[in-house]
Design a protein around this ligand. Structure first.
Ligand SMILES: [Zn+2]
Length: 382
């Protein structure tokens, strides 16, 4: 390794990360089924532990997490899981979360929050800084169910509720991609169209049905309520569990909404993006308010993740790329999100430095930008 490659490696290992989209970890020892379910992105639980870990992310767990739990690298799936349970969940959480060296978590709390540690628990485990990202769909559903509001009043009471919540949150998140796809009408829904949709939704809730929002008009309405707060808004893009239709999760489908929000100075954070990371990079180059990450894809592509990181560094300005792990539930995913990110960034940038395309200082500058500086800008973190 040349001196500059060595210096770059050291710099990347020491980066203090802002993870701009991440969730809590589970509190208790998972059963083998639960572990197998959480380590795969699909909600279809694999039949065996071996099947669950017979993937890029599974191999990465055995390669990178096993040594941290006192095993040989590439330990078998069975030995890994046995050791994990032996150590106990609290200890495993502690070891893997601290090895991740995340300085500041922007924690999204809107998905199965009862199964995982919230901010307080995560802070105790890591001693890191925390801010909260609120999921619009979850907030709207709980407001409809528990606040005593009505179909007639929802638009105004939700706006008040959200502006109150927005005082302490750092950002918002929407899963419109899952619920309706990204090819929705970007205009703010109003008048009779909105009222009719709200009437149907509330009638369904009153009849005892789940409050889950699936109506495009209501999804658009709550996105616009989010835009009104001026907080940065994270959009799930691309790859996710089988609820979504992947062909409707291309970020190019929301180009018009991006044009509108650019004029309103609302930052739009395109999350994950796989396999559309090049399209996201294009949008980040074209529009002032667009940022992107390739979190999630990095974990699930394991040893192939440097290629995805490299693609995220094609068109996107270096001031528009952020780091995230999108880990949910397992601290393995939090740690791997950072480990594979550091590995991939090093692999990609060291090649460019070695070839003389980039200076070492330029490479270090880009590392800092992605690791924490761009998140500070996008979320106005002081
Ligand atoms: Zn997430």
């Amino acid at each position: 390794m040349s001196a500059s490659t060595e210096a770059l490696k050291e710099h990347i290992e020491e980066l203090k990360l802002i993870d701009h989209h991440v969730h809590g970890v589970v509190r208790d020892n998972p059963s083998v089924e639960h572990f197998s379910n959480m380590i795969t992105e699909s909600d279809r639980t694999p039949k065996t532990l071996d099947e669950a870990l017979n993937t890029q992310v599974g191999f990465a767990v055995r390669r990178w997490c096993a040594p941290l739990l006192g095993l040989e690298k590439h330990a078998s799936a069975h030995d890994y899981f046995t050791r994990r349970i032996e150590l106990g969940n609290e200890k495993v959480n502690h070891i893997l979360l601290n090895a991740a060296k995340i300085d500041h978590f922007l924690l999204e709390t809107g998905f199965k929050g009862d199964e995982i540690h919230a901010i307080e628990g995560m802070r105790n485990l890591t001693g890191a800084k925390f801010d909260e990202v609120l999921r619009l769909e979850t907030l709207a559903q709980s407001h409809a169910e528990t606040s005593g509001t009505s179909a007639e009043n929802f638009a105004s009471t939700f706006a008040t509720y959200l502006s109150e919540k927005a005082k302490t949150a750092i950002g918002l998140k929407t899963i419109a991609a899952y619920r309706i796809g990204l090819d929705f009408d970007p205009k703010r829904p109003e008048g009779k169209v909105l009222q009719k949709a709200l009437d149907i939704w509330f009638a369904s809730i009153d009849a005892g049905n789940d409050s889950r929002i699936t109506d495009p008009v209501i999804i658009r309405h709550i996105i616009w309520a989010g835009i009104d707060t001026q907080l940065p808004i994270q959009f799930h893009i691309g790859y996710g569990d089988p609820d979504l239709n992947l062909h409707k999760c291309d970020p190019l489908l929301m180009t018009e909404l991006i044009r509108i929000t650019e004029k309103l100075n609302v930052p739009i954070l395109l999350l994950h993006n796989y396999p559309y990371q090049r399209n996201a990079g294009y949008l980040a180059q074209m529009f002032r308010n667009v940022y992107l990450d390739v979190g999630l894809a990095v974990n699930y592509s394991g040893a192939r993740s440097p290629a995805i990181i490299a693609e995220s560094l094609e068109l996107a300005p270096f001031s528009k790329i952020l780091f995230s792990s999108d880990a949910w539930g397992l601290p393995e995913l939090t740690y791997l999100g950072t480990r594979l990110f550091r590995n991939g960034l090093f692999e990609v940038l060291s090649e460019w430095v070695e070839k003389g395309e980039w200076s070492l200082d330029d490479a270090k500058h880009v590392c800092d930008s992605i690791a924490f500086k761009n998140a500070r800008t996008a979320y106005s973190i002081k």
